[in-house]
Design a protein around this ligand. Structure first.
Ligand SMILES: Cc1cc2nc3c(=O)[nH]c(=O)nc-3n(C[C@H](O)[C@H](O)[C@H](O)COP(=O)(O)OP(=O)(O)OC[C@H]3O[C@@H](n4cnc5c(N)ncnc54)[C@H](O)[C@@H]3O)c2cc1C
Length: 470
């Protein structure tokens, strides 16, 4: 099909203001966050209502035109950008961004799928309600993207991932059917749970247009504390003790190696270290409180002797400002680390009781691959999800870097599998982990996934080349 004809037809559906065809202006949408992928799309369209989306999909299905659904384009796996050159259009959801209804009686909020996560959280905060999913990318990622990736983030420890926080969805399938399941009932066992299949499908089964989310009364206070540990064994022991003591309150537990401070200071994200005496490991904890903070602080101090043995130093922020600085440091970590250049990122999960063995074996063998590699594992220790990242020496050539990166990916994934973990805990598969999926999932699982894909998207027009080649 001629591209001019395509542009004219799409313009008829979305209007002149809602389409970009200029090569230069398309770059922003074609390139992924990490800068690994830059295939060219044919154009980007910005529908501003569900009906437009249905029309675009029906049109593309008829003409066999491939679609890349795109939210905030913060995917770390190349899932939100084209797989091929000049073959796909991008549907960007940023104009489908209305907050439609908050229901305080049933504790739900209905939003359009292009709503930015931070905007939903801010809106609820003003109403004294809370939506717990929180990522360092919250200011740019969109709720549809969060669902399509089953995003996890720093609060999954208490509230689960995205999947646990959705009540209903409206989607458009690959042949333009609208499936709307927006009942507010949390107990609703009526046939297959289609929303669970859409969650984590990375835009390959349907386009999410509306989302009904679970909300919570806003915690009256938060209590953050930052603990320094002399080694990983003590750190995990201490985490277990803190979890036992404050199980119902513990929202986040974020592992930070000392190298994180150095990276943030070097790249101007942090002025100085939070602790005077440096230790190899730290964990930032946050508790949600529905009781009075001063009363809780007394309890915390009384309980402190129960955890003191394993704690080398502790920082309890003395102001909201200091608390914000601590969490900003955690948020900035991904950006600061990206600047380091030749990096390797692994988004893995490991059972907590096996974490120390995993770290020891992985470190020994990665140093054998290249002794100058700096390990930088950090992240959501509370649910075993570690970003097992590393920085390669800057003097390796680009070619060597790519070879080493692949070697490290394979090695880490194999080891994770041996330890009964997951090679992709929260970022998904996208383009970057397709080979690992084929390697580690059984043939039966892959076959069923491919059959599902055929049912939802018979012509394979939705996000082709993501998760697997259909
Ligand atoms: C600094 C930084 C920190 C991050 N931290 C975390 C973290 O802690 N936890 C975590 O889980 N992830 C994290 N991520 C990854 C990323 O932010 C999440 O995967 C996020 O959920 C993606 O949302 P998005 O709107 O940017 O989606 P995009 O990147 O645009 O798309 C992601 C996938 O969703 C699909 N998609 C998007 N919108 C729709 C829709 N409406 N319908 C159907 N499919 C759609 C796309 O096709 C693609 O497959 C981080 C990323 C960055 C850059």
């Amino acid at each position: 099909m001629k591209t001019n004809q395509l542009f004219n037809d799409l313009t008829q559906i979305v209007g002149k203001k809602n389409i970009i065809t200029n090569t230069e202006n398309l770059k922003k949408y074609n390139n992924d966050w990490r800068g690994f992928y830059n295939n060219k799309s044919l154009c980007v369209v910005f529908p501003d209502n569900s009906n437009m989306i249905k029309k675009i999909v029906k049109y593309c299905c008829k003409k066999n035109i491939k679609i890349v659904p795109q939210g905030g384009n913060t995917s770390l796996t190349g899932a939100s950008v084209p797989t091929y050159n000049d073959k796909e259009i991008i549907i960007n959801f940023s104009k489908l961004n209305k907050i439609l209804e908050i229901d305080k009686s049933n504790l739900t909020i209905l939003v359009e799928s292009g709503s930015i996560l931070a905007n939903i959280k801010e809106y609820l905060d003003k109403e004294d309600y809370y939506f717990p999913i929180d990522l360092s990318s919250s200011g740019s990622c969109m709720i549809g993207g969060n669902i399509a990736t089953n995003a996890g983030g720093i609060n999954a420890l208490k509230y689960g991932s995205m999947k646990e926080n959705i009540i209903g969805l409206e989607i458009v399938t690959g042949d333009g059917l609208v499936l709307s399941s927006l009942s507010k009932m949390k107990k609703n066992n009526t046939g297959y749970d289609l929303k669970s299949i859409i969650c984590n499908s990375e835009g390959t089964l349907g386009l999410i247009t509306k989302v009904l989310l679970k909300i919570f009364p806003k915690p009256h206070n938060n209590f953050t504390f930052f603990v320094a540990y002399k080694d990983l064994k003590t750190c995990i022991k201490s985490f277990n003790q803190i979890r036992e003591l404050y199980y119902d309150k513990l929202e986040s537990a974020e592992l930070i190696p000392n190298l994180s401070f150095e990276i943030c200071i070097k790249n101007n994200f942090l002025k100085k270290h939070f602790f005077e005496k440096k230790m190899p490991w730290y964990v930032i904890y946050r508790l949600n409180l529905y009781e009075d903070k001063t009363l809780f602080q007394d309890i915390f101090e009384k309980n402190f002797e129960l955890i003191n043995n394993n704690v080398n130093d502790i920082l309890i922020p003395n102001s909201i400002n200091q608390e914000k600085k601590i969490w900003k440091f955690r948020d900035d970590l991904v950006e600061a680390y990206k600047i380091e250049g030749k990096i390797v990122t692994n988004d893995i999960s490991i059972p907590l009781d096996k974490m120390i063995d995993f770290f020891n074996i992985a470190k020994k063998n990665i140093k054998k691959i290249n002794s100058k590699i700096k390990l930088h594992p950090f992240g959501h220790i509370g649910d075993g999800n570690i970003h097992y990242n590393m920085i390669l020496p800057n003097d390796v050539s680009n070619g060597t870097y790519l070879k080493l990166r692949n070697k490290i990916y394979s090695y880490v994934n194999e080891l994770v599998e041996e330890f009964g973990g997951s090679f992709s805990a929260e970022h998904g598969i996208g383009q970057i982990k397709k080979n690992s999926l084929l390697k580690f999932k059984s043939k039966n699982e892959i076959d069923i996934m491919k059959k599902l894909k055929k049912v939802f998207d018979p012509k394979n027009i939705l996000n082709p080349g993501k998760i697997f080649d259909a």
